[in-house]
Design a protein around this ligand. Structure first.
Ligand code: UDP
Length: 241
């Protein structure tokens, strides 16, 4: 698509039929992989990410182990079939950057000092991309860590807010991400009210920033409720077994 499409239609709805402050449908599944210590699939509309966690386990080579806490090795990756045009499977600069910001968010969430000298491996594979993959990947990782029983300060919930045709919109789709005036992914620890990831691409006035942040908070509380629900259901399953 070479020309900017209309992002907000005459009826005030978005190209995918959503209201300005409406999230895409969310689906969360825990324990989807037999061989990982923890795993999850997280879907937000058409964006779909699977995450797998291994560890905490002994760090090899040993000299890389940190004496006072666990190390995190984090990989965000897009599968070749996740995008319109086949994505080269080699890690791009973008994937390396996203692996780093996701690692930093996880480092401030996991209680790493409970597991000195160990390593935790976290893999995220984007199965289908329709914007917001860094946040869906981060939430998939957070759910997989919970599934692995790794202690954290809170679950991580996140959503992108932005500006499309001059209006603030919640949970951008790919068209809005590509053609909108601003795109701001935000991830927080909802119970603690702490931000663990915030990036901004594009332009917003300070007032728009404040309103966008509030809009994100609203979305995040709905997402957080669904995350807790998914976790609770998984525990009930264990109990029944
Ligand atoms: N995208 C793509 N190919 C790429 C990178 C991105 O098709 O190599 C699409 C994909 O839908 C992605 C969106 O562009 O979700 C926005 O990418 P961005 O870098 O803003 O990160 P994201 O919103 O996924 O966190």
């Amino acid at each position: 698509q070479l020309q900017k499409p209309k992002l907000i239609l005459e009826n005030g709805l978005r190209t995918d039929g959503r209201k300005l402050d409406e999230l895409r449908p969310i689906k969360i599944e825990l324990g989807v992989l037999k061989n990982a210590d923890g795993s999850a699939i997280f879907e937000m509309g058409n964006t779909k990410v699977i995450a797998a966690v291994y560890g905490p386990k002994e760090m090899h080579p040993r000299h890389l182990a940190l004496p006072d806490k666990a190390s995190l090795r984090v990989r965000y990756h897009m599968t070749p079939f996740s995008t319109d045009e086949r994505k080269n499977p080699a890690p791009s600069r973008r994937e390396i950057e996203l692996s780093k910001v996701i690692r930093e968010a996880l480092e401030s969430t996991i209680l790493l000092n409970l597991f000195p000298r160990t390593v935790i491996d976290i893999f995220m594979e984007v199965l289908q991309a329709d914007a917001g993959t860094r946040l869906v990947a981060l939430m998939a990782a957070s759910m997989a860590l919970a599934d692995a029983g790794i202690p954290m300060r809170d679950l991580i919930a996140g959503v992108a807010v932005g500006k499309a045709d001059g209006s603030l919109v919640l949970d951008l789709n790919e068209q809005e991400d590509m053609w909108g005036e601003a795109d701001m992914p935000i991830a927080v620890l909802p119970s603690l009210g702490q931000v663990v990831l915030l990036q901004l691409n594009g332009f917003m006035t300070p007032d728009e920033f404040r309103r966008a942040f509030e809009l994100a908070q609203k979305g995040i509380s709905s997402i957080y409720a669904l995350q807790k629900e998914a976790l609770k259901n998984k525990y009930l399953e264990y109990k029944e077994e």
